[in-house]
Design a protein around this ligand. Structure first.
Ligand SMILES: [Zn+2]
Length: 184
């Protein structure tokens, strides 16, 4: 039983090593990392979650391996860990697939309420109306927004533009914003 547990520890450590290696070598993740000339860093939750999840699983696998080393009779912990991590992986895969489908269908990302965003913009000083609002994800975690904003004759267009961009960034976390200011 002890040798089985020892083999389990070695195997689990190997898996852990493979997992952590995978965490550093993923091309897809590298491509998702944004290049920001202004030092912003608000845009990589997906990448971070994946890495945190991998290290949590790695630590979990190592702990269960160590447990088997000390207490071989607790071998139930291995299938339990496998089940738990499989469930976590499945849930995350479903979420990921849903996001990929959103990107492919060019639909508005689920977390952005466009109607609420339009209403929020209309409440800003100098804004008369908002139209042509388009929000879509061009890739995972990278949301783009374009809109037309009509302003009053007296409004300072630069000031309104700054406020509009600030509002969208702060309230919705969208960093890629194109605004057309129109005078009414
Ligand atoms: Zn327009």
């Amino acid at each position: 039983m002890f040798s089985v547990a020892a083999f389990g520890l070695v195997a689990n450590s190997l898996v852990a090593a493979l997992l952590s290696h995978d965490g550093h070598g993923r091309r897809l993740t590298d491509d998702l990392r944004p290049i920001d000339c202004h030092g912003g860093d608000a845009e990589e939750p997906l990448v971070k979650h994946t890495e945190v999840r991998n290290s949590i699983q790695t630590v979990g696998v190592m702990i269960s391996g160590a447990f088997l080393w000390w207490k071989p009779e607790w071998k139930i912990i291995d299938p339990v860990c496998t089940l738990v991590f499989s469930a976590v992986a499945l849930v995350n895969s479903v979420k990921m697939v849903r996001k990929i489908v959103d990107v492919l269908m060019e639909s508005s990302p689920g977390e952005i309420d466009v109607k609420r965003l339009e209403k929020g913009l209309c409440e800003l000083d100098g804004v008369v109306s908002v139209h042509e609002v388009h929000v879509w994800a061009i890739t995972l975690g990278k949301v783009v927004l374009t809109c037309h904003v009509s302003v009053t004759l007296e409004a300072d267009a630069d000031d309104v533009l700054r406020k509009v961009v600030e509002y969208i960034r702060k309230e919705y976390g969208i960093l890629h914003i194109t605004v057309q200011i129109e005078r009414r």
